[in-house]
Design a protein around this ligand. Structure first.
Ligand SMILES: [Mg+2]
Length: 356
């Protein structure tokens, strides 16, 4: 039998807040959030665990967060600073594991398989790594150790903060069984609802449904779900670092209803995305827009072009068409966003988005 892989999912805990606490140790005992100001209709970008005790979470409006906790400390985003810490940490992870795949500013998969002789050897290595980042850098982090990416990811989230969760080879399905299906990456809120309607609540319930039934109901997704429910995931830890999508969005401090004013924002955002695409040397095949109304209903629309582009004028043109499909001129708009995905490099080589 092939020996099991040793895959780790590493995730910093409340990353932006943890970095801010290094700069503002006096806030250590206070509930803390990082994000935009309430009077500019900002949202919470990250909430410390103390703030979460008040029911505050990221993406919540800052106004609401302040209502929930009067004593809340609020700091503005310092993206460059977080990026600097991220680079240091990713550097440390790279020196520890032969294969690493960074998935976001504060998250990475590591594959230790080639450098260990026995599966359990990975535990000591990861413990050392976790302590090093917690003690030397002062940044709390959680790890999940398993035989594949999906189980490792769920494990790292299992006992945050400072989690160290090990799922031994052969125990994947058992670990997942009691969890709600929504815990499985790839099963989003909509799919969770559909599954719940069928009486499927836990991963165990999902694993009981015959593959043919799932495939019949959900097509190729069904096939994937059947694997996930059994703790099977063959994806490799790949060190490709290509961006999977790019987007710009803006919550307006006052709702916009004027078509011309909105178009100015479309122009700015399309221009910025074109600039980013140029910088990365990639072209995008798909353009999407996002719109949110004052009652928080949100719509997105996307269009796949005949040929990939990095041209701001083409992005703008497409964004305008898409906006025309979902926006009635004169209706107030709270948020507008433009994005691109489906990248290819300048040689026309498709940069395939990996499953996360
Ligand atoms: Mg994190």
């Amino acid at each position: 039998m092939e020996s099991p892989r040793a895959i780790v999912h590493f995730d910093l805990d409340a990353f932006y807040c943890s970095v801010e606490l290094l700069r503002h140790p006096e806030l250590k005992d206070k509930p803390l959030v990082v994000g935009g100001r309430a009077e500019q209709r900002g949202v919470v970008a990250a909430a410390s665990y103390k703030a979460r005790e008040y029911g505050i979470h990221s993406a919540m409006s800052m106004f609401r967060a302040q209502q929930l906790c009067e004593d809340l400390a609020i700091l503005p985003m310092q993206r460059a600073h977080y990026q600097m810490y991220s680079r240091i940490i990713m550097g440390i992870l790279k020196s520890a594991a032969p294969q690493i795949e960074q998935v976001s500013i504060d998250e990475a998969y590591l594959d230790f398989t080639p450098v260990i002789t026995e599966w359990h050897d990975v535990l000591d290595r990861v413990k050392t790594l976790q302590m090093r980042i917690r003690r030397d850098l002062g940044l709390p982090n959680s790890v999940g150790i398993a035989t594949n990416k999906m189980v490792a990811k769920i494990a790292s989230d299992f006992q945050k903060p400072n989690g160290f969760t090990v799922v031994e080879p052969g125990h994947e399905a058992e670990f997942l069984a009691p969890l709600p299906v929504s815990k499985v990456p790839g099963i989003g809120p909509k799919m969770t609802l559909r599954l719940n309607e069928l009486g499927i609540e836990t991963v165990k319930d999902l694993a009981r449904v015959p593959v043919e039934v799932l495939t019949k109901k959900f097509g190729k997704w069904g096939c994937g779900m059947a694997d996930w429910a059994r703790g099977i995931d063959d994806r490799l830890v790949e060190s490709v670092r290509e961006a999977k999508s790019m987007s710009q969005e803006r919550t307006f401090s006052r709702d916009i209803r004027d078509p011309e004013a909105l178009d100015v924002w479309l122009q700015r955002m399309s221009g910025e995305i074109g600039r980013q695409l140029g910088k990365e040397g990639v072209q995008a095949l798909t353009v999407q827009i996002k719109i949110r109304y004052p009652d928080f209903t949100t719509f997105t629309r996307q269009m796949t072009l005949g040929t990939a582009t990095a041209d701001p004028a083409m992005i703008l043109h497409t964004a305008r068409i898409l906006l025309g499909r979902i926006w009635q001129p004169g209706t107030p708009v709270r948020l507008l966003g433009v994005g691109c995905s489906n990248f290819s490099d300048s040689a026309g080589q498709l940069v395939l988005p990996g499953l996360q």
